[in-house]
Design a protein around this ligand. Structure first.
Ligand code: HEM
Length: 180
């Protein structure tokens, strides 16, 4: 499902929604600060998505960052084979290998759930965007048709400004050429 990783990465890096709004119903304590009840809070998805402590090299377009669990499956499968051979040889090796696998699994799950917890192009919780899944599918279909049926030539523009949302001040003009 590489295309899904691409869609995750596009929506992480592009930040179409400049802000998500909530109102505090009670005093909320966050890292030593108190947000009083009744305040309007604006969450900036861009500040989260481009935070280098949450996403490594945040300005790099890297769909592979969403691949953590595939890596785990690969390592897990290899370990299973080694473990199977080890069963025939020595129980101490088996328990050591199991410990390593469990440790990797925990680290990997934590890393992946951290990535997903901080992924908020469509907001989150009870008011999560109703069109989230539709939009992801639409982006995937759009990319598929674009790269399989067209080539494109850059005409002008393409500079990117990131001011809470992504902006192309001079636009981005391309010429689409049907792929024959
Ligand atoms: C890339 C495309 C889109 C992005 C980035 C996006 C982003 C968002 C965000 C950030 C919110 C606020 C969520 C929150 O407060 O937690 C939202 C809400 C909403 N979105 Fe989208 N959206 C997109 C496409 C769509 C589409 C295509 C539809 C409809 C077909 C849609 C329908 C809605 C609705 C109805 C809400 C309000 C949900 C509620 O308050 O319960 N969105 N969207």
């Amino acid at each position: 499902m590489f295309l899904l990783k691409v869609v995750h990465e596009i929506t992480r890096i592009s930040n179409v929604a400049p802000g998500i709004f909530r109102k505090t119903l009670a005093d909320v304590k966050v890292k030593g600060y108190t947000i009083p009840a009744g305040w309007l809070v604006m969450i900036s998805p861009m500040a989260v998505h481009l935070n280098p402590t949450l996403f490594e090299d945040p300005l790099e377009f890297n769909p592979w960052r969403w691949t953590v669990s595939d890596k785990l499956n690969y390592i897990g499968a290899k370990l299973l084979i080694i473990k199977f051979i080890a069963i025939l040889m020595n129980t101490i090796i088996i328990s050591t290998l199991t410990c390593i696998k469990v440790k990797w699994q925990i680290q990997d799950k934590t890393k992946q759930s951290e990535l997903l917890r901080n992924y908020m192009p469509f907001g989150g919780g009870i008011r999560l965007c109703l069109g989230a899944e539709f939009s992801k599918l639409f982006i995937a279909l759009f990319i598929h048709v674009l790269v399989t049926e067209y080539r494109w030539k850059e005409i002008k523009g393409g500079d990117v400004l990131r001011i809470s949302e992504v902006i192309f001040p001079q636009g981005y003009h391309i010429q689409l050429i049907p792929h024959t």
